[in-house]
Design a protein around this ligand. Structure first.
Ligand code: SAM
Length: 334
């Protein structure tokens, strides 16, 4: 995590109301490698401790959502179904809700629905009751907040599912890590369009790989490296945008170095103990007919859109000289 080490102690984050100094946490924390951990370990740990309280920064929402043509939102119902609190102050409103509220008229949205989860820890210390916030028209007054009886605000609450199935066109949020598997299943089964933040490691995690293999989901445009804690401290985590919306001219194709195997530098191609070819640093053989193993990056950079396919529904752990290496996935030319 060289990037981490070279960061200054404090950093300015531009907020809407004022500039704020926020302390970067985990500054001197050892890297994952130094701790002998992988991204997957971190994700599993997050799931175990149910550490869901990481909030998406407004700038990350803008950076990703501005990549999609405005026309995709026209006359659509956007559903933010994971704790997207809406408050009279922008500062206490989730970045997703804020983005769509600000762009409601420009996008020509039909409706924005945000549900608030009544968990123990509350987003930005807001309300303890589940609620549904709706903006349904172009004027300031076209808003309502409802507190239906016994409504939990959970994405799988019957009322949230009813909104998902009967009203929503595009779902957009950063769901809780602890419920990520269920959340993904619910989204994919709904058949709705979605644009969500999840851990980058899901592209090689057994519960999700089949979505990528079967073209039900793919990477969005950007990484999400920083989140805000409930105390608004910057916290580093490896997030990525995932979607089933069309990606136009993915800029990260440029990071794929597709070429004949013989032209790939020796140090970036090797065979593991079972003679499986492993390639690194974005190098991809264009003429190799057998399966080979790649890390998450080429998948996030659009390899599956370039005539390659995943061949298994799970991760692949290479061993080199008997030593287990980090997880990859097996791909081959279609
Ligand atoms: C990773 S945070 C992201 C919050 C917000 N969407 C954002 O991006 O800033 C996930 C949120 O989901 C909430 N949450 C936990 N379980 C939930 C559930 N079953 N349904 C909906 N939201 C849930 C957590 O309280 C947490 O605030």
């Amino acid at each position: 995590m060289a990037k981490n080490e070279s960061e200054p102690e404090n950093r300015y984050i531009k907020k809407d109301d004022k500039k704020q100094i926020v302390k970067i946490t985990k500054m001197i924390a050892p890297s994952l490698e130094e701790r002998g951990l992988t991204q997957k370990d971190v994700m599993q740990k997050a799931q175990k401790v149910k550490n869901d309280e990481f909030y998406t920064r407004y700038e990350d929402v803008v950076r990703e959502l501005d990549m999609y043509p405005k026309s995709i939102w026209k006359n659509k119902v956007v559903f933010c179904n994971c704790d997207d609190a809406v408050n009279s102050s922008d500062r206490n409103t989730s970045a997703f809700a804020l983005y769509f509220l600000r762009n409601f008229n420009v996008f020509g949205l039909k409706k924005l629905i945000c549900t608030h989860y009544a968990g123990n820890i509350d987003l930005l210390n807001q309300e303890q009751k589940g609620y549904i916030f709706t903006k349904y028209g172009f004027n300031e007054i076209d808003k309502k907040k409802e507190y239906p009886n016994n409504y939990t605000g959970s994405f799988d609450d019957p009322l949230s599912l009813k909104i998902l199935h009967e009203e929503a066109d595009i779902v957009c949020t950063n769901p809780p890590f602890s419920r990520s598997i269920d959340y993904w299943r619910t989204m994919i089964e709904s058949g709705k369009k979605f644009l969500i933040v999840s851990n980058i490691a899901i592209v090689l995690t057994v519960s999700y790989v089949h979505y990528f293999k079967n073209n039900k989901a793919w990477a969005g445009y950007n990484d999400v490296d920083w989140f805000l804690s409930p105390k608004r401290e910057l916290t580093r985590a490896s997030g990525y945008w995932f979607t089933n919306l069309p990606i136009i001219n993915r800029p990260k194709y440029r990071q794929l170095k597709i070429m004949p195997l013989k032209d790939i530098p020796e140090k970036y191609k090797r065979n593991d103990d079972s003679k499986m070819l492993l390639v690194d640093k974005g190098y991809i053989p264009s003429d190799y007919k057998k399966p080979f193993a790649v890390s998450t990056r080429p998948i996030l950079n659009g390899l599956l859109e370039k005539g390659y396919m995943l061949i298994e529904d799970k991760e692949y752990y290479p061993y080199i000289n008997g030593k287990k290496c980090f997880a990859r996935v097996l791909v081959k030319i279609m």
